[in-house]
Design a protein around this ligand. Sequence first.
Ligand code: FAD
Ligand code: 2HG
Ligand code: ZN
Length: 478
Amino acid sequence: VNPSPVPDAAERPSSELAADLAAIVGPDHVLTEPSVIAGYETDWTGRFQGTALLVVRPRSAEEVGAVLRACGARGGGVVPQGGNTGLVGGATPYGHVVLSTTRLDELGPVDEVVAEVEVGAGATLEAVQAHVAPNALTTGVDIAARGSATIGGMVATDAGGTRTVRHGTMRSQLVGIEAVLADGRLVRHDPRADADAGGVHLPSLLAGSEGTLGIVTRVRLRLVPRWRFRAVALVAFEDLASACAAIPRLRRSLPDLEAIEFVDQAGLALVSAHAGMAAPFRAAPAASVLVETAADRPVLDELVAALDGLPGLHDAVAADDGPDRTRLWSYRERVTEAIAAVGVPHKLDVGLPPATIPAFVAALGPAVVAAGPEARLVVFGHLAAGNLHVNVLGVDPASEQVDDVILQLVLAHGGSIGAEHGIGRAKARWLSRARSPGELAVQVAIKRALDPGGLLNPGVLDPGVAPAHDHRPGPDGR
Ligand code: FAD
Ligand code: 2HG
Ligand code: ZN
């Protein structure tokens, strides 16, 4: 998907800028060779394909500041990029400089007293999890892209994942933050004590800001216990309504509930075939739900008892920690990679009020069929959070028609157009439909105050952005 040119996209590669940046970060960390920068120009799905003026890889917050000052002086946008696993085109450059954060990967000492750790924004989630594991701690947020996704990218998108039912999203894990603003100024929120309130909360301002307000360089993260015992069950429900009705019962009966995740029939078939795993149930269920509980005491019996007698439950497979648990999680965690192996999907990460989920999903089928004879629907996601991932395969990646139909359906069901992946470029033009005018005015005012030149991530989270691919009327008829 190639958005209409943003004003600075006409800027040509500048050897002068490259030389200025090389003086800041060293020549090895300014990349201009087309074959080397190709990986920074396309998103994880392959749907968003842009071009980078160049890629610059600073090693410290001071270098980030100097890079932004140099880029600001020349004009032209800067796109922050971490692991490039984002799914809304938010880290894809369209003639911009890519500022890669992966060298900001320091791992600070673990503070066991308060269960916190300070890490560089470019550290991957997996590296942080491995770093704190010897202290019997882990991160509150966990996502399948842990091997590449960076802490800075996860803060910028306010990532959710499979444990939000227990620990909330990335925003809730933030104790302190360091960032560089568009003019190169360093700002920090570094509380001396855990109890610290009052004033504008910088971590909250930057969480979910998708690289448009500042470049996150360092983060102090709250950690959670790495429980000694886990139990997981993959449960077959006769329909999605029964699966949804089970949520409050499971919340009540499982005090240590960590995940309630959903995969539809198409998703389960796709992932089984892709991963070479046998189908988990004899009859393919309409709704497969993965339930996990974790504590410092054995929890498998408790989980099995909680499932007993749930209305609409047809079958279940349960396991405690070990290879069987990994296998059961694969049916959920590997759906994204199974979809990617088949084609370039349209991805709509949306939030729904729980009561509307069955009706919403029932309405998706006919809506997607109308998108074309080849269209294939896969729905899965974080059921307890009302967060569904609607994926459509077999539709021209450049067309936005099916995206519009689905987002319209989301709003008609009282839902939200972005749940955990962010808005990026993919959904920017829908912002004016999904947020109140007052809320948008505040967002625009904050952006103007912190980045008056519009240097950071042009087009992302921008309610005034032109339709991403072509000039068909937008959702509000413009
Ligand atoms: P990038 O893709 O590099 O960037 C994402 C956004 O953040 C862009 O707007 C970018 O400009 C901005 N950004 C990056 N770094 C910084 C920084 N240091 N400062 C300021 N802005 C920055 N997401 C979920 O929420 N939950 C999931 O369960 C989940 N599972 C996934 C599973 C797979 C297999 C894949 C491929 C993706 C998944 N994602 C999930 C999406 C993705 O991993 C998250 O959005 C993640 O937070 C992106 O991190 P990143 O480092 O790759 O960011
Ligand atoms: C997940 O929950 C991710 O697995 C990816 O958020 C969702 O691929 C998707 O649509
Ligand atoms: Zn998700």
